[in-house]
Design a protein around this ligand. Structure first.
Ligand SMILES: *Cc1c(COP(=O)(O)O)cnc(C)c1O
Length: 396
């Protein structure tokens, strides 16, 4: 009896809880997975090839490689850029752990560059100063935080001036354009994420794109055990399908067909999903612009934005502190998150590089003020309005 009552209460609570993120999966994705399950071929095959082809044509990138995560994709990108022992790679501390961890996997060192005052993205002026004094810099990784494009014109021209490869961490930035080109295709290599909370999802997964044939060849080989498929093809054409050559100690980073099937359906919906998120962002912006102590997310209406995150900044003059607001929203059944806790504050990076919190003051300032609100395609109007009204009640 008690258990039944308790379950009922819990389900009521759960029903009106608005999660911070939720994937939108329909019967079409379910049918696509079933089709692969029944096909007799589960791992990387024709479905993944089709996904790569459709993705590369979507963003107009000559080469696209499906991988099992963006983390794997970033690792492959740095490896293909020739990053190794003794090299350095510049990125922003205002990112997720994987952007910097993969640099360490290759035995290279991370150099952090602070964000802009007005946005969560890497500051090109600070990048210029850091490039001047950084030895053996092989690559720069701009992160398009929340889906707002970095200042790519400045970043690419600076990085190339110093012979650095530009690897775009576009984990938040699909689909979004900058000067008419898709983010991810502006640097030398672009990496997208299909993690469960991202703008399209395969559960786990990612895509690496490039226009360079040389980089493409290396990524293709290293993605699957270092086996050169061209060698394979040469021999298959003569009928010896069992033959292959291992050219290097490669990784196991391929995306299976079961997941590519989900990705192909999600890709078709990517623009529609974005339209839905943009409408939520516009509703939030118009409601929160009137609240004292609330700073809207960076970006202006002239710029394209993927709206993966809606990060509101809570300033000192607001009625509640950022932490108090998060607690009050949790109590009101609204899930939130914080993007990001800067990496230089993390024990590993602080210890390895002797970083102090105020080494990157803009990143720390952003971190202390931000709260990310739910902004997922599939949220209904009632949910959006409940969030707006709750925040208005709390802060006005
Ligand atoms: C999610 C994320 C990644 C990693 O993506 P995975 O597909 O989970 O490996 C990398 N960078 C940023 C900025 C991210 O948010």
């Amino acid at each position: 009896m008690y258990q039944q009552w308790r379950n009922q209460i819990m389900s009521e609570i759960n029903n009106d809880f608005i999660p911070f993120a939720k994937p939108l999966i329909s019967e079409e994705e379910e049918q696509a997975v079933l089709r692969i399950m029944r096909s007799g071929w589960l791992t990387t095959g024709s479905e993944t090839l089709a996904f790569e082809k459709e993705f590369s044509s979507f963003v107009s990138a000559p080469f696209a490689f499906a991988v099992n995560s963006a983390t794997s994709g970033l690792h492959l990108a740095l490896e293909a850029a020739g990053v190794g022992q003794g090299d350095t790679v510049i990125t922003s501390p205002y990112t997720f752990a994987s952007t910097a961890a993969v640099v360490h996997h290759l035995g290279a060192k991370v150099v952090f560059c602070d964000t802009e005052v007005e946005s969560f993205n890497i500051d090109p002026q600070k990048l210029a100063e850091i490039l001047k004094t950084t030895k053996h810099c092989k690559a720069v990784i701009p992160v398009h935080v929340g889906g707002l494009p970095c200042k790519m014109n400045e970043i690419v021209s600076l990085a190339h001036q110093y012979g650095c490869t530009v690897i775009e961490d576009a984990a938040h930035a699909f689909p979004v354009t900058y000067n008419g080109k898709y983010i991810g295709t502006i640097g030398d290599i672009g990496v997208y994420s299909f993690y469960a909370t991202k703008t399209i999802t395969t559960g786990e997964g990612g895509m690496v794109v490039t226009a360079s044939e040389k980089i493409a060849k290396r990524i293709k080989t290293m993605r699957l055990h270092g086996i050169d498929r061209d060698v394979w093809n040469r021999y298959t054409s003569k009928g010896a399908t069992w033959y292959y050559e291992v050219l290097d100690a490669g990784f196991k980073y391929n995306l299976p067909d079961i997941l590519s099937a989900i990705g192909r359906v999600q890709l078709k919906k990517a623009n529609d999903f974005k339209t839905q998120r943009t409408a939520i962002a516009e509703a939030y912006n118009s409601a929160f612009s009137a609240i004292k102590g609330c700073l809207l997310p960076p970006g202006n209406s002239a710029e394209d934005h993927a709206w993966h995150l809606y990060s509101l900044r809570i300033l000192h003059e607001a009625k509640l502190s950022r932490d108090e607001l998060i607690e009050a929203l949790t109590n009101a059944g609204i899930g939130t998150s914080v993007h990001f806790i800067p990496l230089h504050l993390m024990p590993f990076y602080a210890k390895t590089y002797h970083y102090k919190p105020d080494d990157f003051p803009n990143a720390v300032k952003h971190f202390n003020s931000v709260v990310s609100l739910p902004i997922w395609h599939g949220m209904n109007n009632n949910q959006v309005h409940r969030i707006i009204e709750t925040i208005q009640t709390l802060l006005q």
